[in-house]
Design a protein around this ligand. Structure first.
Ligand code: KG4
Ligand code: ZN
Length: 341
């Protein structure tokens, strides 16, 4: 079956056509993503109203390109899937309403997808990963471990109690005036810094739970920056390196614990850790996760970064997985700003 996926829950306007064959294998026919980074850069973060307006301006063109590149017309599709939440409600409404309208006009099935489910199932599209597996989602909006047992069968094992990890990277970048996107700039600067220069906290590390907290770490970076002001380039690099070292240690330790829990809870399954979200692009974090997985005898799956960050293919794929089980939604499906898996 061929599905059009639409994603508008944050600051990417995205559409994609994906095929799921009878054996459950996926093929991406097109995957068009338009980032709004430039619209929001002057404000130091995503402005919801601007995001919604930019989705309105660009979504039609992005969908037309996705269909065109895939060489299909609306009538060739089996269904349309659109993100129904969680996310910025104005943007979600733009994509959801567009998806419903197209489905109604073309007489196609409609599927409202949970954005987090899109991230959770992507590794099956890219790497054919079998259930069950453990997902670590680390993006600008989310940081959590989810046990993925099957389509629609998720168990949250821990998450952030304050900031998301990508958000912490972005805030550190903002404090140091590095500009957007924050994560890649912090990572780049950290390469020339001394990770031992500043002693920063590792919040919650003494506790056994699988939760994260990054707000105290972020505040510690701010205090250290104020202490050392005015900052030289080397000071900023040392701060980035010290912050990233703390993050790497926190993520590695939690992931090792999560894999141990996986092995104990599902002794017959191959321990598998799937990473999703934009922070997966961070090489220091990816390298640390590689070491953790190797030590635990687990398989580590990091999909191509263009599919780790927000995109339409993950929404089309999640829609296809649900449709394959006979599930679809009515056109009265509401948008949900908050929607835990
Ligand atoms: O998944 P994503 O594209 O958007 C959502 O939040 O849904 O993730 C974007 C986040 C941003 O916070 C960005 O700073 C972070 O991922 N990020 C990184 C890196 N590349 C992107 N964080 C750390 N290191 C990176 N190389
Ligand atoms: Zn996302």
């Amino acid at each position: 079956m061929k599905i059009l996926g639409i994603e508008t829950s944050c600051d990417e306007t995205a559409a994609s056509v994906v095929l799921r064959d009878a054996d459950g294998r996926g093929t991406i026919f097109s995957n068009i993503v338009r980032s709004q980074v430039e619209e929001h850069a002057a404000f130091g973060g995503v402005v919801p109203e601007l995001a919604a307006r930019a989705h309105v301006s660009h979504l039609d063109g992005i969908i037309a390109r996705a269909l065109d590149e895939a060489g299909v017309a609306l009538g060739d599709l089996d269904a349309i899937a659109a993100t129904a939440g969680p996310g910025l409600i104005g943007g979600v409404l733009v994509g959801l309403t567009t998806g419903k309208a197209l489905a109604a006009a073309a007489g196609l099935k409609f599927i409202g997808v949970n954005h987090l489910e899109g991230h959770a199932l992507t590794a099956r599209l890219t790497d054919g990963v079998e259930f069950p597996y453990l997902m670590l989602l680390v993006s600008g909006g989310h940081s959590q471990f989810v046990l993925v047992r099957g389509v629609g069968d998720y168990e949250r094992w821990g998450g952030t109690i304050d900031d998301a990890l990508g958000e912490a990277f972005d805030k550190v970048a903002k404090m140091l005036d590095l500009g957007l996107p924050g994560g890649p700039r912090v990572e780049a600067l950290a390469r020339s810094g001394d990770p031992r220069r500043f002693r920063l906290p590792r919040p919650l590390m003494g506790e056994a739970r699988l939760d994260f907290s990054f707000s105290g770490l972020k505040t510690a970076v701010r205090l250290a920056a104020e202490d050392a002001a005015p900052l030289t380039d080397q000071d900023a690099a040392d701060l980035c390196a010290s912050f990233q070292a703390a993050v790497v240690e926190i993520v590695a330790k939690r992931s090792a614990a999560a894999l141990a829990r996986f092995a104990a809870a599902l002794p017959d399954a191959t321990p598998t850790l799937v990473v999703a979200g934009g922070v997966a692009a961070n090489r220091a974090i990816a390298a640390a996760l590689g070491a953790v997985a190797e030590k635990a005898g687990a398989r580590l799956v990091v999909p191509p970064i263009a599919l780790c960050t927000d995109n339409g293919a993950m929404i089309a794929w999640a829609g296809a997985e649900r449709l394959a089980l006979g599930r679809s939604d009515g056109l009265d499906l509401p948008a949900r700003p908050r929607w835990p898996l």
